[in-house]
Write a protein that binds this ligand. Sequence first.
Ligand SMILES: [Zn+2]
Ligand SMILES: [Zn+2]
Length: 553
Amino acid sequence: MKKDELIFCPLGGSGEIGMNMNLYAYGNEKNQKWIIVDMGVTFADDSIPGIDLIIPDAGFIIEKKDDLLGIILTHAHEDHIGSVAHIWPDLKCKIYATPFTAVLIQEKFKEKKIDISKYLNIVPLNAKIKLGSFEIDFVTLTHSILEPNGLSITTPLGTILHTGDWKIDPNPLIGGKIDEEKLKKIGQKGVSVMICDSTNVFDPGRAGSESDVRDSLLKIMETKSKRILVTSFASNVARMESIFFCAKKTNRSLCLVGRSMQRIYKAAKKCGYLGNLIEPIEPKDANNMSRDKILYLATGSQGEPMGAMNRIVNGVHPEVFIEEGDCVIFSSKIIPGNEKKLYQLQNLIVRNDIEIITEENAFVHVSGHPNRDDLKDMYKWVKPRCIIPVHGEHRHMKEHVAFAKEMQIPKTLLIENGDIIKILPGDKPEIIDKAPSGRLYLDGNLGVDADSRSIKDRKNLALNGYLEITLIISNNGKIKKPIISLRGIPENAEMENYIFDMEDEIFNICKTFSLSSKNQEKNLVETIKQNCRKIVKDKTGKKPFTNINIARI
Ligand SMILES: [Zn+2]
Ligand SMILES: [Zn+2]
């Protein structure tokens, strides 16, 4: 019988930023048990109409669900937990999460009307759990959300440190500091491989501290005499607390705007965070206050169409408005790809003579991921024998490998989604096989392939418009006037004429087919489709998505 092996296989998050999903396996061919670390989503761009979320294709692990010991969640960012409620019904295994993450997970399952209580294990910070041959030790780190955990995963063959998302924040304001001592102890025992966050590997220096952002925000706000509206990621509870702090210091009331801001506020309170704060007031009450006495904290820092910021700036928010002389602070980063939406929003703001402060002109944001000096410290503490970069696009991971080599890490391995990596035993980790992996678009409630019919059809409809022709054939083989409808096709005065042209064309085509038998129906449909589509193309320049119905009476 073959010897036991420790295997790592990322199904998402390696070669992209988003959709993190990592598998570990321990055992041999006869008896191999799996765990999953994180199950995230990626947000779709505007290229696919009607698709907001993309989830990893979990088929590989679904097939092995009988040998699955559980899902462990490192922290509550959507790129780490967003697909749990979508994929879990195919796995039905135990889930392990710290309290804050667990509250948000419970909400997700509640939305899907699934009672997860029997399966969800809430583990305390710094807990140690044992799943089969895996001993998993939660390590408190710092990041841009409450309760970010690294996982020290020990097996009979050796230890892996799976960092999850992290940075070194000497003063995170809320939650524990990064547990340097524990990391050093883990390092002393020997870490075979560190699976590590690569997001900021191009950035020199350090990611910076939430407490410095707080000081800077307060200094900025002290100079303002009208309304202040701050927008940031709702999940950054330390930033939220800083805004509460600034409100108190500047004698303003605080008002939370946007569903996810309220949701995170409540979840954090439920877990015992955000104590000793001023009570936020309702937007309708904020309207009655003088402009120098109110501070808003709103969602929509990326210019999302349905985010509170967008609605406020466009004057369509039912309760909150801003006007000339007010100040908007974007206490957030511009996520690549969102520039256009965001700059459009900011242009609208400045045109209304409202001041804008962003990370481009002031110190109002720090990242939650490790810059190069942070990585250097982590390497020093953990002393891994090998670094496998994850949580990055290919360019980040490649740079991370180069950086680790420069820092004298003995071994590195560049991987991508689907790689099956033998971590131990052996001198160094190596890619030994490939698992099926990919992305599924969440279309309504269903996960579909990128080249699925629904996606193709909708793209086609969105780009080209729609032509539908219904042909009624009586049992003696005669046809009635066809019913023609067009949607999403540019119109002009000639439109009626070319509908007549199509009717004539259809009658002419029908003359060349024997309509009483069904044998030629396929050809008939195809010919009508081609010829009528061509008429629309000649008249309008658009080649519509075309559907032909034949009804026999
Ligand atoms: Zn994160
Ligand atoms: Zn992440």
